[in-house]
Design a protein around this ligand. Structure first.
Ligand code: COI
Length: 355
């Protein structure tokens, strides 16, 4: 069905899976809603977006995404307030970032009108999947894949832009310990580290498995040249609190311009928290841990929100972080989630209502 006010073709699922879902016991990204949004790129243009029942795709085995990883994605969340209103958080930033990622991967830009109309129609269909209450959300995964058949190593002429949704609670189910990387790198100057390129994540799996064997859940990536500076965790940007000063690395072409990261920076300024955005050396953090000045490390990201780190490892040494009553992680999480769930004033105009 296509209506004149709505540039999205909608085919509803005949039945819903929702009754079979235990919303109090969700592992991240395992359950998906009843519908998905798809928009094809062919003959030099994005075609009319479609919403259809969630299900497998049929693709040629030679599609370029399978061979050259020409794929980018985004992570967003929808929240429901106490009056059943649905909110997105800074969705314009996700829209801009997916096209920035696409540009770096030679993927054609996606039109803004399709991004918003497709997502909003999808969320309206899936509104029952968005549960109220802090910690509950619907994780939204927009992504683009190169679908053109053929293994010549050149940008595809055909793509699919899609959105799938998954009800979410916490990303990490337990405590998070990180290892500072000494050998492997996530990104290099001039590379694709700033982009949400699918391959950035695949490249982390092997070193992360090695770190897991040593009792860490994540790696904090260091700069590829010297491994002396701490950059990001791959699923999260990273903040350090030394004394009462908050420090985080500046974004560059190796580090993702995280939306939660920049929201924390804005909140720190609003609440006069001493913040430095500058290179953070491994040495200063190890020294601060040894002298007791290192009070916190926490990660930030859409999926994880704000995730305290309980300890870290470097060069065979392990350090535990103190448990604080008045942590910055807790402070920012409270401020941020109250804005996201429409329980606090939205001074920065970050909320976007889906109507
Ligand atoms: C997100 O936070 O949305 C991300 O994209 C990280 C992902 C690996 C879960």
């Amino acid at each position: 069905m296509k209506t004149s006010t709505n540039p999205v073709d909608i085919q509803k699922a005949p039945t819903s899976k929702i009754e079979n879902v235990d919303f109090n016991n969700l592992a991240f990204g395992q359950v998906f809603t009843d519908h998905m949004m798809i928009c094809d790129y062919k003959d030099g243009a994005w075609q009319t977006p479609k919403i259809q029942p969630y299900g497998p795709l049929e693709m040629d085995p030679s599609a370029k995404v399978f061979h050259y990883g020409q794929a980018v994605f985004e992570g967003m969340k929808a929240f429901k307030d106490e009056d059943d209103q649905i909110w997105l958080f800074r969705p314009e930033d996700n829209f801009e970032r997916i096209n920035k990622s696409s540009e770096r991967l030679a993927i054609p830009a996606f039109p803004k009108e399709f991004f918003f109309s497709g997502m909003e129609e999808l969320l309206k269909l899936e509104k029952d999947w968005i549960k109220k209450g802090f910690g509950n959300s619907l994780y939204i995964r927009p992504f683009v894949i190169a679908t053109e058949a053929g293994v010549s190593a050149a940008p595809a002429k055909e793509y699919k832009f899609m959105i799938i949704c998954s009800p979410a609670q916490a990303y990490y189910s337990g405590e998070v310990r990180v290892q500072f990387s000494e050998k492997y790198s996530r990104a290099a100057d001039g590379g694709v580290g700033f982009a949400k390129a699918a391959g950035n994540y695949a490249a982390q799996f092997y070193p992360t498995n090695l770190a897991k064997d040593e009792g860490f859940q994540q790696i904090i990536w260091t700069d590829a040249n010297s491994h002396e500076y701490l950059e990001e965790a791959g699923t999260m940007n990273i903040f350090f609190r030394v004394g009462d000063k908050l420090i985080t690395a500046p974004t560059n072409d190796r580090i993702l311009d995280g939306i939660t990261r920049k929201s924390i920076i804005a909140l720190a300024k609003e609440f006069n928290i001493d913040l430095e955005v500058r290179r953070v050396s491994v040495k200063e953090i190890v020294d601060a841990a040894k002298s007791g000045e290192l009070k916190e490390i926490f990660g930030s990201g859409t999926a994880t929100v704000i995730n305290p780190i309980v300890g870290f490892g470097h060069a065979g040494q392990k350090f535990d972080l103190p448990k604080l009553e008045d942590s910055y992680a807790g402070f920012f999480k409270d401020k941020l989630t109250k804005i996201q769930y429409n329980q606090a004033e939205d001074k920065f105009n970050w909320r976007y209502q889906v109507k």
